[in-house]
Design a protein around this ligand. Structure first.
Ligand SMILES: [Zn+2]
Ligand SMILES: [Zn+2]
Length: 164
């Protein structure tokens, strides 16, 4: 059974709305629009791309307006910030406290969130042994997604049929 992306997006929005209601978080129309644009994006999306995506609905907004909405969405776990790209992805399990690692494709930009505290805990516990105080911990792995790895082997671009 396949689920259309639009249905998946609608389900994620509904889940986030329910979470916001349950937690008494104010998902204002702007925050909702920013979140919806991030959910709709298939890859991490930056603040300026978000401004472009929202322009038809909201007109030109100052970047700080979008940054404030992003701060809220990150602080409450609706989205994660991909540090190496200065971009944002929708969290795969809003409302469940977790730490995550990210697999990022260099070729198509697809990003997969892998929730799990084990690796993060191991790192943060071993840091003090090096006299290091951790302030922020982000684990991002770059490489090729399955589709792009296959395409690279076949010598074709993503989505193109093999040439041989
Ligand atoms: Zn997450
Ligand atoms: Zn890829």
């Amino acid at each position: 059974m396949t689920t259309l992306p639009a249905d998946r997006h609608a389900a994620r929005l509904a889940h986030a709305e329910a979470h916001a209601r349950a937690q008494g978080l104010a998902l204002t129309p702007l925050r909702h629009q920013v979140y919806a644009a991030i959910v709709a994006s298939e890859r991490p999306i930056g603040a300026y791309e978000l401004l472009d995506a929202l322009a038809p609905e909201r007109g030109r907004m100052p970047p700080t307006t979008v940054y404030r909405a992003l701060d809220f969405l990150v602080a409450h776990g609706f989205v994660h910030r991909i540090e190496s790209k200065n971009a944002f992805v929708a969290c795969c399990e809003v409302g469940v406290p977790h730490r995550s690692q990210f697999l990022m494709c260099d070729r198509c930009g697809a990003t997969v969130e892998i929730p799990g505290a084990e690796l993060a805990d191991q790192l943060s516990h071993s840091a003090p042994a090096h006299g290091f105080e951790v302030h922020r911990q982000v684990i991002e792995l770059s490489g090729l997604c399955a589709e792009c790895a296959r395409a690279a082997k076949d010598g074709a671009g993503p989505g193109e049929p093999p040439t041989s």
